[in-house]
Design a protein around this ligand. Structure first.
Ligand SMILES: Cc1cc2nc3c(=O)[nH]c(=O)nc-3n(C[C@H](O)[C@H](O)[C@H](O)COP(=O)(O)OP(=O)(O)OC[C@H]3O[C@@H](n4cnc5c(N)ncnc54)[C@H](O)[C@@H]3O)c2cc1C
Ligand code: FES
Ligand code: FES
Length: 1277
């Protein structure tokens, strides 16, 4: 078969939102996402990761099956869907679902009105997942809803408001399931608060919602139906710039093609090949798409099982098995049930809808969730090649361990036979992943045992593991040895010993995980042992004792259920005018546009004539001299325009905000992996990226390479100044205390993972060096300053514009400035507009994140729990440039006391200078870390003297008007109120008793509960950082244009500012519009950080509005019955200025670090949170059962937005109540097993750590296992 077989270029025909698309030059390398966004200008579908992981690009695909006369609708990730796979399909994007210009769909309306969008970048993807579900199930169950959303990430909302919107579509009433007196506890709001407080629990009103009307949806295009029915299927060829796509229609044709091109992959879902091509540089000149071949889509039910075509999607497999479960007796469906168990959590729904059964098997990834269970269950593969068909057991493809492929390159998998289970056969599948859904497993397993009839004597045993080595492995020897044995404790002990010996994990796997995987390997077998023992008892209670009562709960996995919640907030006073929106739960002003995809982000801006795309080339060495940069190959690439280096920077390449510089392009040497060395500009994003990969950089490694905090300490490598705070006499206090504990906690770094990656579009205006910079940032003024300095032009030539930002969390400050400068230098050199949208991988590599943190402490306390002295040292890993690391270190010192009075205190903070990408601001800015250290030693004190942690917290909490360790006064009344209220509302003590009771009755599952207080000081440390300005114009038609210096990044600041202006001007919010934040309207605006944006900009908006109202007052007085429009008209005629600026000087904040005293904060927010969790001691799996949060945040301008935001940065810290509840559960396990009382837990508290801390016989086996010595390859930095 030859490629010349194709007669001329093929037309690719498909539909998008009811519109026919005929693509004459379909490129097999083009994914639907870029086609929608760039070619069709449908920018509602977003790029978040490009690898199927986030769901921001979700669309609905509809196909017609003529044989069944059925239309299938399914969600899919556009980022992994080659357009060539869409022949004859209909695509629906968020724009096709509804828009403000036509009709807003109920899904869009409810998401917006239930406050389910904040930054809004994930919202179109959410809409599409829900919409697709509703197309298939107009009244879904809550289980279906949860499953539909498992593949969609949101970084802002915490999912609660999104689920609130979803629940309104679900059939069953969603309530707490704890009905008393016919009333759900969520209806008992009257009982929840004191009668005299006017509170509300309503954040939205369902009365406003349009009903869901399935008849209003876009129909499947009749032309596509006709095409499918009438046109004979023929082979399709699509030739792109570098790749050819062949889609055969018969098995024979496919076998011929495979014989001719044995190296060409068979592309079905592209979920395995796609990520390899995108992220690992694999390239295939030819791909074969077999999805249309009937043999590969067959579904056959025979006496002994099911045969499923290899191209069947995993969702289809799930449906077929679910139906089969209902059809056949339980005895026959144990394999089906175990496979289904894995399918429920494999990927998200978008992945399962396109990923194929054959692809999952043949990829033979170690992380395949299907292979272990299919192999253990004796599934067979039907293979074919030209002139040859054969059947082999699936387990053979992993024969003899790693990589021995018994399938030849010419062979293809036609179908898979999944057998019925037999009498006396038990089958189970297990899986542990970092997160229950949409995460690859750490380890998984498939196990099957067959007993001699009517006995517990093992006739056949099969154990397969995934995640352990590079492919699925079989514990063959173990199984062989155990045949003939009884299913009892002796067999179990030997099985564990044998399996550990047989499954040799390479010691070089990443560090501790090796031990975790080994523990899981035996824990899974133990779990299987328990399951089968219990089943034997059910079968024959007289002969088999089953398992003890307290072991049974571990047989039930944690399931993700629709969470329930209630939010209670202080309502507005009755005396407040109904028109005054302040204090009311107003919908985000962009909510509907988020949901319709009309909200514009940087990369949604239309292309500018002649625009170029920029891709960065980054360092692959942590510390090295740049010997040479060879750009010759890159420059030859198609569409390449130029390559930009440090030499092209007209003025400033290094910015000295402190002793060490922030650097645009590396010059001569690199100081971290991921540092930008140069950049390629080309006519398309793909061309720029392809060329960037061809730039060759030669390095000469420099010493030292400092990566970890420990190495920085060793080399005395710090950013200056180091900071210290001290009060009382610490040394003397240590001499008088009853007890002293010392310890250390490590808190890991964190990616911002704002769902919109760093984005900038720079447009030179062609005269006077003017440039428009459209940028996703929290700080336009610094972008303007850095771009101007890099180009050597005055700031008045650089106009920065920010409409909205798709999440920032602190990550879009200085880093955004450097990236904007890269793009501006390129635009300056080429005199073209330049667009730089970082890929997720580059973003994560380049931009740094939250600082890894080590807290060391020594605490002195009395036997009654009073803490008298603390000596603490905090080290943060700042990375290679200063950024805001010293400030973060300072904040960690200032906020380390959390809610406690510590009379004698000394604390130090060091910002370590290392060769990591530079770390930066991140939500909480040092507070969550240092306060977590504090809460850790609080629990340490409790452990030591045998009091509960909450007692130690109460004993040491600020109680009356006091002062902090830097002598700022505070009144902790509301802290105590929050604490008491949280205690009461969470029914802490009675639940603690219930937790104790549960723990007595359950051996392998334990619960834990914890309550944590919080004091969050508000302020930016110095006055000028909280100054703010606003500009308000009133036009002669009465409409108002408002702007201020704050940035909308999901926190609803513009909505709140409009609420403030509405109150001040006494006009409806609908009269007020916010266009954009820009350096042209509000100069020198401070960054939107520290949860201060609304506070300070609100003051400025108020000021501007009051100025205007003052000017209007004489006119209003003269005509009090007039309307707003009358007064404005009159004002204009009287030449009264209808434009005003507003200004807020900032709060009087200061800190003298020499003296260690000051008033760096303006006020304090308080709160408390109680969480209850459950852990599975065998796997470390865990679940948050309930959290109660009480917070005092003063007067909320918009309770819906504030509650949705978790009350800004303050609330973030309260998440640690889950950490301490988990610690409590682990403590209970350890106490029960008589283990050492003190133990260290680091953050993040992963399943791995929980498992390791719940030491038992299985973890002991690791310690005694000779092959257990593992050499960590990853390092804690
Ligand atoms: C975000 C994400 C999350 C995921 N999560 C999980 C998870 O939790 N658990 C898990 O197990 N997997 C997971 N996966 C992997 C996914 O299940 C597999 O990638 C998928 O099943 C492969 O099927 P495909 O049709 O997409 O394969 P493709 O990418 O189209 O092809 C994969 C390979 O299989 C070969 N192939 C396909 N069909 C045949 C055939 N009939 N005969 C011979 N060779 C064939 C191809 O030549 C190619 O080499 C995830 C993937 C993504 C992207
Ligand atoms: S899943 Fe496609 S962009 Fe993330
Ligand atoms: S609203 Fe979901 S990511 Fe911002």
């Amino acid at each position: 078969m030859s490629l010349q077989g194709a007669a001329g270029p093929e037309e690719l025909i498909f539909y998008v939102n009811g519109r026919k698309i005929i693509e004459k030059n379909a490129d097999p390398e083009q994914m639907l996402l870029s086609y929608l966004r760039k070619r069709l200008r449908l920018t509602g579908t977003k790029y978040g990761c490009g690898g199927g992981g986030c769901g921001a690009c979700t669309v609905m695909i509809s196909t017609y099956e003529p044989a069944l006369k059925k239309i299938r609708h399914y969600s899919a990730n556009a980022c992994l869907l080659p357009i060539c796979s869409l022949y004859g399909a209909a695509v629906t994007t968020v724009e096709g679902v509804g828009s403000t210009k036509t009709r807003v769909h109920p899904v869009q309306e409810r998401l917006a009105k239930c406050h389910g969008s904040q930054c809004g970048f994930c919202t179109p993807g959410m809409v599409m997942s829900i919409y697709t579900l509703l197309r298939n199930h107009p009244e879904p169950t809550s289980e279906q809803m949860i499953a539909a959303l498992a593949g969609n990430l949101c970084r802002c909302t915490g999912y609660r408001p999104i689920l609130d919107a979803c629940k309104t579509f679900c059939k069953e009433s969603i309530c707490c399931q704890r009905k008393t007196n016919e009333k759900c506890c969520l209806d008992h709001e009257d009982d929840l608060f004191d009668k005299e407080e006017k509170v509300s629990t309503r954040l939205f009103s369902t009365d406003e919602f349009q009903p869901l009307d399935p008849t209003q949806e876009l129909i499947f295009p009749p032309e596509l139906m006709r095409m499918a029915e009438n046109q004979p299927k023929r082979t399709l060829f699509f030739h792109g710039e570098r790749m050819t796509w062949i889609s055969p229609v018969s098995l024979n044709e496919l076998l011929d093609l495979k014989a001719a091109y044995p190296k060409a992959p068979l592309l079905v879902g592209n979920t395995s090949v796609g990520p390899e091509m995108k992220f690992r540089g694999v390239f295939h000149p030819i791909v074969i798409a077999p999805a249309r071949i009937p043999d590969l889509n067959m579904v056959k039910c025979t006496d002994d099982g099911l045969t499923l075509g290899a191209a069947c999607s995993l969702s289809l497999v799930k449906d077929i098995l679910t139906n089969a479960m209902a059809e056949f007796p339980e005895e026959k469906t144990k394999v089906f049930s175990a496979v289904l168990q894995q399918l429920r959590t494999l990927g998200g729904e978008q992945i399962r809808n396109i990923a194929s059964l054959g692809g999952n098997i043949i990829s033979r990834k170690s992380t395949s969730d299907l292979n272990p269970i299919l192999a253990a269950s004796n599934c067979m593969l039907n293979l074919a090649s030209r002139g040859r068909k054969r059947q082999i057991p699936l387990s053979d493809i992993f024969a003899d361990g790693v990589g021995n492929n018994t399938i030849t390159p010419e062979e293809i998998l036609v179908s898979v036979r999944i057998p019925h289970s037999r009498k006396g056969e038990y089958v189970s599948a297990f899986r542990q992943a970092p997160r229950r859904e949409n995460a690859l497993p750490v380890t998984n397993a498939g196990m099957r045992v067959l007993f001699e009839e009517g006995t517990d004597t093992i006739k056949d045993l099969s154990i397969f593991y995934g995640g352990a080595v590079s492919t699925t492995v079989c514990a063959k020897q173990t199984c062989r040895t155990l045949i003939g044995r009884h299913w009892n404790k002796q067999m179990l002990d030997e099985a564990c010993r044998l399996v550990l010996k047989e499954i040799a994990l390479p010691g070089s796997d990443n560090g501790e995980k090796v031990d975790y995987k080994k523990t899981l390997i035996v824990s899974f077998f133990y779990r299987f042992f328990l399951e089968v023992s219990q089943s034997l008892k059910t079968m024959d209670p007289c002969h088999y004792p089953g398992i003890p009562m307290e072991y049974r709960s571990v047989l039930q996995d944690f399931k993700t259920k629709m969470p329930q919640s209630i939010q209670i907030y202080q309502d507005t006073e009755l005396s407040q005018s109904p028109q005054d929106p302040v204090g009311r739960p107003i919908m985000h002003q962009s909510g509907i546009k988020h949901a319709t995809g009309e909200a514009v982000y940087v990369d949604d801006l239309p292309s500018v004539d002649g625009e170029l795309f920029l891709a960065v080339v980054t360092s692959s060495r942590a510390h090295a001299k740049i010997v040479s940069i060879d750009t010759s190959e890159a420059l030859k690439g198609p569409g390449v325009f130029d390559i930009i280096t440090a030499h092209d920077v007209p003025a400033t390449n290094e910015f000295y905000y402190s002793d060490d510089p922030e650097i645009i392009f590396a010059r001569n040497k690199v100081i971290c992996v991921g540092q930008i060395v140069c950049a390629v500009v080309a006519d398309s994003d793909d061309h720029a990226k392809q060329a960037a990969a061809k730039v060759k950089i030669e390095y000469e490694v420099l010493e030292p390479v400092i990566l970890t905090i420990e190495e920085a300490i060793q080399h005395n490598s710090f950013f200056e100044p180091k900071r210290k705070l001290e009060q009382g006499n610490v040394d003397r206090a240590f001499e008088t205390v009853d007890n002293i504990i010392e310890g250390e906690i490590r808190i890991g770094g964190q990616e911002h993972f704002y769902i919109e990656t760093q984005s900038v579009l720079v447009v030179p205006k062609g005269e006077d060096n003017e440039m428009d910079v459209y940028v996703s940032t929290q700080h336009p003024a610094i972008i303007q300053e850095m771009v101007a300095a890099s180009l050597g032009v005055p700031a008045n030539r650089i106009m920065c514009h920010v409409k909205r930002v798709g999440g920032a969390f602190g990550g879009k400050l200085l880093k955004a400035g450097l990236l904007a400068s890269v793009a501006a230098v390129a635009a300056n050199k080429t005199s073209r507009a330049v667009r730089l949208i970082l890929s997720r991988g580059d973003d994560m590599l380049i931009t740094g994140g939250r600082h890894p943190f080590i807290g060391k402490y020594k605490v002195g306390f009395m036997n009654d729990g009073r803490i008298r002295a603390v000596d603490a040292k905090y080290y943060i890993n700042g990375g290679c440039t200063p950024d805001e690391s010293v400030l973060v270190a300072e904040v960690s010192l200032l906020k380390m006391d959390n809610a406690y009075k510590i009379p004698n205190l000394r604390c130090w903070a060091y910002a370590c200078k290392t060769n990591l990408p530079s770390n930066t601001a991140f939500r909480g800015f040092g507070f969550p870390q240092s306060a977590l250290v504090t809460e850790t030693w609080i629990t340490g004190v409790a452990d030591k003297i045998g009091l509960s942690p909450e007692k130690i917290r109460e004993i040491n909490m600020y109680k009356e008007n006091e002062q902090t360790h830097f002598k700022q006064k505070l009144d902790p009344q509301n802290l105590i109120r929050c604490w008491n209220e949280c205690m009461e509302k969470s029914a802490y003590y009675s639940r603690k008793t219930a937790v104790n009771e549960f723990n007595k009755q359950n051996h392998w599952k334990k619960k834990g509960i914890a309550i944590v207080p919080m004091k969050f000081p508000f302020g930016l440390g110095t006055r000028y950082l909280s100054q703010a300005a606003a500009l308000v114009h009133i036009y002669t038609d009465g409409s108002v244009l408002l702007t201020h210096g704050g940035i909308e990044m999901g926190q609803g600041i513009h909505t709140k500012m409009i609420q403030v202006a509405s109150r001040e001007l006494n006009i409806p919010m609908s009269c007020i519009h916010f266009c954009e934040t820009s350096t042209t309207t509000v100069p020198n605006a401070c960054a939107s950080v520290g949860s201060a944006g609304t506070d300070v900009n609100g003051m400025a908006v108020k000021d501007a509005c009051q100025t205007l109202l003052k000017r209007l007052q004489p006119i209003i007085n003269k005509n009090p019955k007039g309307t707003w429009n009358d007064w404005i008209k009159e004002a204009f005629e009287q030449s009264v200025s209808l434009s005003a600026t507003g200004y807020f000087r900032g709060y009087n904040e200061n800190m003298d670090w020499e003296k260690g005293e000051g008033q760096p904060f303006t006020y304090f927010l308080y709160g408390a949170a109680c969480s209850e969790v459950e852990i599975n001691c065998l796997t470390g799996d865990h679940k948050n059962l309930r959290t109660d949060i009480v917070m005092d945040i003063g007067c909320s301008i918009n309770p819906a937005v504030d509650i949705g935001q978790g009350i800004g940065e303050a609330g973030l810290f309260l998440g640690c109540s889950v950490f301490f509840a988990l610690r409590d559960a682990v403590t209970r396990v350890r106490n029960e097993r008589g283990l050492k009382k003190t133990f260290a837990l680091n953050s993040p508290l992963t399943a791995e750590q929980i498992r390791a801390s719940c030491a038992d016989d299985f973890t002991d086996m690791m310690a005694n296992n000779e092959s257990a010595s593992s050499t960590p390859q990853t390092t804690s930095v």
